[in-house]
Design a protein around this ligand. Structure first.
Ligand SMILES: NC(=O)c1ccc[n+]([C@@H]2O[C@H](COP(=O)([O-])OP(=O)(O)OC[C@H]3O[C@@H](n4cnc5c(N)ncnc54)[C@H](O)[C@@H]3O)[C@@H](O)[C@H]2O)c1
Ligand SMILES: N[C@@H](CCC=O)C(=O)O
Length: 563
């Protein structure tokens, strides 16, 4: 048979438009909406429920095992978790894993992953939707109470974190996980192109911080939505709430070994997981120091891995409020008090440096100082208190060190607070300093406590000050500009472009909401993969392009080759 006709046909095929097919999702998922935040106002039903849940925990000391491949393991290396606002009150004993158990957990994760990654997306998603519903209903008050007790959150802070944000993480992830599985829309004749969204090859080490129960749950569980298996190392000081979350994952039907709950000393865990050739990813949230250490460890061991581990890290911040002379004073005052002092300044996004024009300073100072003096500090179980204690002795000492330095520095004037007392709990008074040096270390370093430092600038230098804001700290997490001058806002956004991953206009630097303001920063604040967004989930898939020919190849040469 002559090759010419088929060559001509091939040529004609090249000239014809390619066929296009439009794919539709195989399944649809319930459209996610943010979980409504309950008020816990006096007399409300939810107030009564949370009081009961707190009452149920009185005198109770939870014993927390490691859970590896679905087996609860009580190693006997017992640690204790205390309540930060009453450090004599032990709320949990937890068992530390050793190196061998961490390695066993890696083996279990790899084993469990085989079946889990072959499980269709909708079945994995169903578990996540179930987890969200269990938290929203049956376990809402238990999750809140364990977060209040263990991490010292007031009821509203526990609600927005441990229930609302966790629920949002899970429900939005289900939708985002589907959205990210886009398919090629162009197919040449007799070719079908597909993308298979594989889990990563290996296991994921999820290492979470103390300050958000939701972050623990998100780091521990969410990568598994895409078919992965994790080792979740919770923070020592968030153990009780994180254990409560883990039990909910289990009850929702997450198969054994998909998430392995592995309390362990941080450095031992870090060293052991990075020693494994099967390390496929690190999902970390915590301090920049710990993250850099982990990154260096993986870098040093890079030649030992089967694949390049994905490294995601969300870290610290030195978040600012910049006030322009055109700003609304009361808005600045209320936002700054909340931004700086809610949860004792222990949100990574907490406002900790502030720039105020001379013309507004007297009014802003007087109002902020008056409110700060009114703030009640004490046990969150007493609903009159606005903030409780900082997380532990180490943090208390670190913050006290900053107060000692500031109280004796010529560059800083104490306006409110400035004292701390750890006789019962780790209490630090909400504190405001004014500095004469915009680059004083209180304007640069993350303190992670209720300490706000203010620099007052001449009104005429507002634009020049933006560069000072931009270049003062190594972080780039959150920041806010308060102004009613649109051109100034525009200018600020340009100069401060890389100073914040979450930028606020006329609002506080804290309080991002999943699905609305994807969260994360760059510079020293991390890899900015945006928790709660599709970009975070994307890190946990390794797409495979599949090209399938639906008819055989009929020739080996080209029309351009003369016969
Ligand atoms: N950017 C964000 O989204 C975000 C969110 C929450 C908290 N944070 C940051 O987290 C910090 C507070 O959290 P923290 O005090 O729990 O942080 P941390 O760095 O002390 O601890 C975080 C986790 O790392 C573990 N760890 C410690 N050393 C380790 C090692 N060598 N190897 C492996 N794991 C190790 C800890 O046990 C803990 O589980 C603040 O800096 C805050 O800004 C950032
Ligand atoms: N989502 C939180 C930050 C989490 C870090 O601690 C906020 O925006 O306040």
């Amino acid at each position: 048979m002559s090759v010419l006709p088929s060559r001509v046909a091939a040529l004609l095929r090249c000239l014809r438009p390619v066929h296009r097919f439009y794919s539709s999702p195989v399944v649809q998922v319930p459209p996610p909406v943010n979980e409504p935040t309950l008020s816990f106002a006096p007399g409300s039903e939810e107030r009564a429920c949370v009081e009961k849940a707190l009452g149920d925990l009185h005198g109770h000391v939870e014993e927390i095992p490691c859970v590896v491949g679905g087996r609860e393991i009580f190693t006997g290396n017992l640690q204790k978790q205390v309540s930060p606002y009453d450090h004599q009150r032990v709320i949990a004993h937890y068992h530390y894993a050793d190196k061998d158990l961490i390695n066993e957990a890696i083996g279990c994760a790899l084993e469990a992953k085989r079946q889990w990654e072959d499980t269709p997306y909708e079945h994995r998603a169903a578990v996540f939707l179930r987890m969200a519903d269990l938290i929203s209903t049956k376990y809402r008050y238990q999750v809140i109470a364990t977060t209040m007790l263990g991490q010292g959150k007031t009821v509203l802070q526990a609600e927005i974190d441990s229930t609302c944000e966790t629920i949002d993480f899970f429900r939005f992830a289900v939708k985002q996980g589907l959205d990210l599985q886009g398919q090629p829309s162009v197919h040449s004749p007799r070719i079908w192109n597909r993308l298979e969204y594989r889990a990563l090859e290996g296991f994921i080490a999820s290492i979470s911080p103390f300050n958000f129960t939701a972050i623990g749950a998100n780091l521990g569980a969410t990568p598994t939505l895409m078919g992965n298996a994790t080792l979740w190392k919770p923070s020592d000081t968030a153990m009780l709430s994180n254990w409560t979350m883990f039990k909910i994952l289990r009850e929702a039907g997450l198969p054994p070994g998909v998430v392995n709950f592995v309390p362990a000393p941080g450095p031992l865990f870090g060293d052991t997981v990075t020693d494994s050739p099967d390390l496929a990813g690190v999902s970390f949230t915590g301090s920049s120091t710990t993250f850099k250490h982990l990154w260096k460890l993986t870098g040093k061991k890079l030649d030992t891995y089967k694949t390049f581990p994905r490294i995601v890290g969300e870290c610290g911040g030195k978040n600012y409020h910049f006030v322009h002379p055109s700003a609304d004073v009361d808005n600045v005052v209320f936002c700054s008090v909340r931004g700086a002092f809610e949860y004792c300044g222990q949100k990574c996004s907490a406002t900790s440096r502030m720039y105020v024009p001379e013309s507004l300073w007297t009014e802003i100072r007087d109002k902020m100082v008056a409110i700060t003096k009114e703030i009640r500090v004490g046990s969150p179980e007493d609903f009159r208190n606005f903030i409780a204690a900082v997380i532990d002795a180490k943090s208390f000492q670190k913050i006290s060190g900053y107060l000692d330095y500031a109280n004796s520095s010529d560059e800083l004037t104490l306006l409110a607070g400035g004292s701390a007392d750890d006789s019962v709990g780790y209490f630090v008074q909400p504190t405001i300093y004014q500095t004469t040096n915009p680059r004083n270390k209180l304007m640069q370093e993350e303190i992670f406590g209720p300490v706000l430092t203010v620099y007052v600038y001449p009104d005429s230098e507002a634009e020049e000050m933006l560069e000072v804001v931009n270049s003062t700290s190594v972080y780039g997490l959150t920041g806010a500009v308060f102004s009613n001058d649109r051109y100034f806002i525009l200018k600020a956004m340009s100069v401060l472009r890389h100073s914040a991953g979450n930028f606020y206009i006329n609002d506080k630097s804290t309080g991002s909401v999943v699905g609305q303001q994807p969260f994360g920063g760059s510079r020293g604040s991390g890899t900015n993969d945006k928790a709660g967004a599709v970009s975070y989930l994307q890190k946990w898939v390794s797409p495979m392009s599949v090209k399938e020919a639906t008819a055989p190849c009929t020739e080996w040469s080209y029309p351009s080759v003369d016969q």
